[in-house]
Design a binder for this molecule. Structure first.
Ligand SMILES: Nc1ncnc2c1ncn2[C@@H]1O[C@H](COP(=O)(O)OP(=O)(O)OP(=O)(O)O)[C@@H](O)[C@H]1O
Length: 655
């Protein structure tokens, strides 16, 4: 019994180490600790030849029954795990929390030997019964462990290597252990990694099944990890109280046990309410939406799903209990700002900064190409602010003739000038009083008006045309432009003082082609365009085409294109056939409209305009007369635009 001598020698050395006062070192080793328990607490004899205790069949049945929320899921995973490790002489084993083997899948060559060692259904492998071993010691340690050969306490087990991982339930209770025991030289790191993954898989499946009739929130700090093994999962009651959490949820939320958060409302964990998260999830077709952690403000992506039985009855029990329509629409409005990004770092930074300056009376300047969502961002800031129930007034400085901007913005007194409205006009700045004024295309504001606007911002009062009495105003100003204002300042086309006044904070919205969350954004815009119709899908090939396109018209172009594709598609699935040829050629612009060499390149706004006109021309089969009629303009205007935008119609003109 050389092995036994070895073990006894080892145990003697551990005990002497402990008795010599080097306990700290000994206590760092989980195997040594277990040996000490075996010797001192359980009073086991390492040389004992006795096989393990085996419970009788009725008791085994009863134990399986008690673990019925876990065993069916475990059996499936055990079969998978066995297949993954096939070829090795091993057994995949499930025990309950007392170490009783409930199920075993094994290599026939190994199960006979294993049975002699006591690896069989009904056998008790708790540490108290079987000394240091994978299953039993994992139950004590409550964490994954490998017990390799002579690390076993009993000499009769030293031919085994056991890799064991705990299985917890949604209350954080240790309910079972999954173990791979083998006599072969299975790489330990590989085996324990697989065992752990499988244990987590079992936990998550059991969680989803146990709480299927409750509200489930799945989340992760990375959107692509939601719906995977690593997702955090939380279950909430119909009253919105936390019932359960899986391991990843605890880890991500930085809490040690479920009891720390049990009974919490979701708003104590994330800056959202359950009805609102359900509404947002439904709206995004269950693609994860951003939410923020209450404790540290960290960002997560989450989806909330209704109880299965409730969804089947298509009732809105929880939602109606908290008067959903108002609560969710208000909350949804507030959360609109979080829906503007799905993991793009630049956009996430923009949202973060916008939230930081919220309600602090700091002017916000938004830069970005056309269609990147500047106006939407401005509206979202307004809705997230304390001014949400006050007016939001948007003025596009580029679309109002220079002569009218002044009266449009500042208003005028009755009879201020010839042709003025008899009642006078309040002007957009005063209309926005108490709320938010969004000045789009601020770069197009004529210089003289820039001076007046600056005065409004500095004095906080407006002097309507023809009036001598200034009116106090309180507005949050958000302005936007696709132009480079600092270059305009250098060129003398924009006032430097106003430039600095406008950008309390300047944020640049990234173009769609550079967004890291392009895929999620496409899905989100599609879900919106489909009005939340969950049947609508986009096939992978079409999605790739959309992802690879360079989107000169940004989200606006994407939205328009998806709307058309939705109208064209069959079986609620958008395929490449439903996409414009332009995209399929993978280039922009199309070869036949390439500007002749030597012509100046178009800026992004012109490129988008060009794109839009080409689409319209395509739709009218390049029939200029029809298009002019459709756009309620003259053929000459279209020809002029085509010339300016370098669109050459190589088709013979059919008009
Ligand atoms: N995050 C988003 N999710 C869904 N749709 C969006 C998003 N951002 C923008 N859009 C849509 O894209 C279109 C263009 O957005 P918006 O008008 O805000 O862009 P913009 O940058 O202000 O454009 P422009 O500079 O041309 O005025 C709108 O139809 C808007 O609804």
């Amino acid at each position: 019994m050389a092995d036994l001598n070895l073990i006894e020698k080892h145990i003697r050395s551990v005990c002497s180490t402990v008795s010599l006062g080097l306990a700290e070192q000994a206590l760092q080793n989980r195997v040594t600790q277990s040996w000490i328990r075996c010797l001192k607490d359980y009073r086991l004899d390492p040389g004992s030849p006795n096989p393990p205790l085996v419970v009788d069949t009725p008791e085994l049945k009863e134990r399986i029954e008690r673990l019925s929320d876990i065993v069916p899921h475990a059996k499936m995973e055990m079969a998978n795990l066995y297949q993954q490790l096939a070829g090795s002489q091993l057994a995949v084993v499930l025990t309950d929390a007392d170490g009783v083997i409930l199920s075993l899948v094994g290599d026939p060559n190994f199960t006979k030997t294993g049975a002699k060692l006591g690896l069989m259904e009904g056998a008790v492998w708790s540490e108290r019964e079987q000394g240091t071993n994978g299953m039993g010691t994992c139950l004590v340690e409550k964490s994954p462990i490998v017990i390799h050969r002579t690390e076993h306490f009993f000499a009769r087990n030293i031919s085994l290597t056991c890799s064991a991982g705990p299985i917890f339930d949604g209350q954080g209770r240790l309910r079972a252990v999954l173990d791979v025991s083998s006599q072969s030289a299975l790489p330990q790191q590989y085996a324990i990694a697989l065992v752990n993954m499988s244990a987590q898989m079992i936990e998550n499946q059991a969680f989803m099944s146990t709480y299927k009739n409750d509200y489930i929130v799945r989340f992760h700090s990375r959107p692509e990890f939601v719906y995977t093994l690593n997702e955090g999962a939380l279950a909430f009651s119909s009253e919105g109280r936390l019932l359960a959490a899986n391991r990843s949820a605890l880890f991500q939320l930085g809490v040690r046990s479920v009891s720390e958060i049990s009974g919490c409302d979701i708003s104590e964990l994330f800056t959202t309410a359950l009805p609102e998260l359900i509404a947002r999830s439904t709206k995004s077709s269950f693609h994860p939406v951003p939410v923020y952690g209450v404790r540290h403000g960290s960002r997560f992506f989450a989806v909330a799903q209704q109880p299965e039985n409730l969804a089947r009855r298509s009732s809105q029990l929880f939602v109606s209990r908290v008067s959903p329509v108002k609560a969710s629409s208000e909350a949804q409005q507030r959360q609109l700002i979080d829906m503007l990004e799905f993991g793009d770092p630049k956009m996430a930074h923009n949202v973060y900064c916008a939230k930081r300056v919220l309600n602090r009376d700091i002017p916000i300047l938004l830069y970005g190409e056309t269609g990147t969502g500047k106006e939407m961002f401005a509206k979202a800031i307004h809705l997230a602010s304390n001014r949400a129930d006050k007016p939001y007034v948007a003025v596009n400085c580029a679309s109002i003739p220079d002569t009218l901007i002044e009266s449009e913005l500042f208003g005028y007194k009755p009879g201020a000038f010839t042709g003025a409205n008899r009642e006078g006009r309040r002007g957009k700045i005063l209309q926005a009083n108490g709320g938010t004024l969004f000045l789009d295309e601020i770069g197009d504001m004529p210089l003289p008006l820039q001076a007046r606007l600056l005065r409004v911002l500095e004095e906080r009062e407006v002097l309507p045309l023809g009036s001598e009495v200034p009116v106090k105003v309180d507005i949050q100003l958000i302005s936007a432009t696709h132009r480079n204002l600092s270059e305009m300042v250098a060129a003398g086309a924009f006032r430097e003082d106003l430039y600095y006044r406008l950008q309390g904070i300047a944020l640049t919205l990234p173009p769609l082609r550079l967004r890291a969350d392009k895929r999620q954004l496409i899905q989100h815009v599609l879900a919106e365009a489909a009005g939340g119709d969950e049947r609508v899908r986009i096939d992978p090939e079409a999605l790739t085409v959309l992802e690879e396109y360079d989107w000169p018209g940004n989200i606006r172009q994407l939205r328009n294109l998806l709307r058309t594709a939705l109208a064209l598609c069959e079986n609620n699935t958008i395929t490449v056939r439903d996409l414009p040829e332009e995209l399929l050629r993978g280039r922009h612009p199309r070869p036949r409209e390439l500007p002749p060499s030597g012509e100046p390149a178009l800026n992004s706004l012109e490129a988008a305009e060009r794109e839009a006109l080409i689409q319209e021309l395509e739709r009218h089969r390049w029939n200029i007369t029809n298009l002019a009629r459709h756009l309620n303009t003259s053929r000459n205007t279209i020809y002029r635009k085509m010339k300016r935008l370098n669109i050459r119609n190589l088709n013979s003109d059919k008009s």
